[in-house]
Design a protein around this ligand. Structure first.
Ligand code: F6P
Length: 319
């Protein structure tokens, strides 16, 4: 291989820049040329690419977001869009592509590989919901952000003896909520992996009040219910003032923490090494501290992420 493309796709995450840097610097050290593709698969389709040298990735290891830009581009599921993308890469003699993103981005990488264009994907999302890896790039930084927010909420809910509901991102994965709830000492946890029964939550909260809890924080993953309505209902049922806070996109920003910088750097380097060894259609992960790789289809179709029940049990004991 002579020329390598790199893009970031889907929701951005802190550490994506460090991953791009890892890819670029490793590729250049192997005398490969590197093209950065702007705005994910959309930029690939619209032919927005730029030649990257070592200085293109200077001073970005500590920056949040992704300097290449990202997008959600459902159109890429259409074959004609992907054909155009491949044509754009071939025009510049790009041989292989590194995709940094979540499982939606993995689907694009899988499909391109099936169409004869070799890709490797790197897990980048705050959700930690990608199979084949213990951790995704950005997860730990987002976790710090969420815990800091919970700490602040604790100050004010304790001063006012209120119940606070905090809605955390994660889509269908409760990892971020669960870990943040343990680290932030949340009193109640609602996760997508566990059936949500509103009355059970109310019962738990009432039992907590009976035990003498003066204030409480309920951590809940997004998309489970309308947290503003839930706050009103809890207030009505418990006669305790209740407020809801949706953390939203705050969770996606900020400088990557050291774990994410190191993980991203290692994965970026590994992706290029894999491509040089002739691997394609693989996704990279970290398993027990070791960087590993799997077949993308296998990760998407067969490898389920285990839910951390033991963490939930710990959390509940500490309520
Ligand atoms: O996948 C990352 C994520 O931040 C999810 O946690 C969230 O559900 C989604 O992206 C939000 O997407 P968007 O930024 O497109 O609104």
């Amino acid at each position: 291989i002579k020329k390598i493309g790199v893009l970031t796709s889907g929701g951005d995450s802190p550490g994506m820049n460090a991953a791009i840097r890892g890819v670029v610097r490793t590729a250049l050290s192997k005398n490969l040329e590197v093209f950065g593709i702007y705005d994910g698969y959309l930029g690939l389709y619209e032919d927005k690419m730029i030649n990257l040298d070592r200085y293109s990735v200077s001073d970005i290891i500590n920056k949040g977001g992704t300097f290449l830009g990202s997008s959600r581009f459902p159109g890429f599921l259409q074959e004609n869009m992907r054909l155009k993308a491949i044509k754009n890469m071939k025009k510049r003699n790009i041989d292989v592509l590194v995709v940094i993103g979540g499982d939606g981005s993995y689907v694009g990488a899988k499909k391109l590989t099936e169409m004869g264009f070799p890709c490797i994907s790197i897990p980048g999302t705050i959700d930690n919901d990608v199979a084949g890896t213990d951790y995704t790039i950005g997860y730990f930084t987002a976790l710090e952000t969420v815990v800091e927010a919970i700490d602040r909420l604790r100050d004010t809910s304790s001063s006012h003896q209120r119940i606070s509901i905090v809605e955390v991102m994660g889509r269908n994965c409760g990892d971020l909520t669960l870990a943040a709830a343990i680290a932030g000492g949340c009193e109640f946890i609602v996760l997508p992996e566990i059936e949500y029964i509103r009355e059970d939550l109310i019962k738990e909260i009432k039992a907590g009040i009976k035990k003498g809890k003066k204030h409480a924080i309920v951590a809940i993953t997004e998309y489970i219910c309308d947290v503003e309505k839930l706050a009103k209902y809890i207030q009505h049922e418990t006669k305790r003032e209740t407020r809801a806070t949706i953390l939203g996109h705050i969770q996606r920003g900020g400088a990557p923490g050291v774990f994410d910088r190191i993980l991203a750097s290692r994965m970026g380097e590994y992706a290029v090494e894999l491509l040089l060894k002739g691997y394609q259609g693989r996704c990279i992960g970290i398993k027990n501290e070791k960087i590993v790789h799997h077949d993308i289809s296998d990760a998407l179709e067969n490898m389920k992420r285990p839910f951390k029940f033991d963490w939930l049990i710990t959390a509940k004991k500490l309520y």
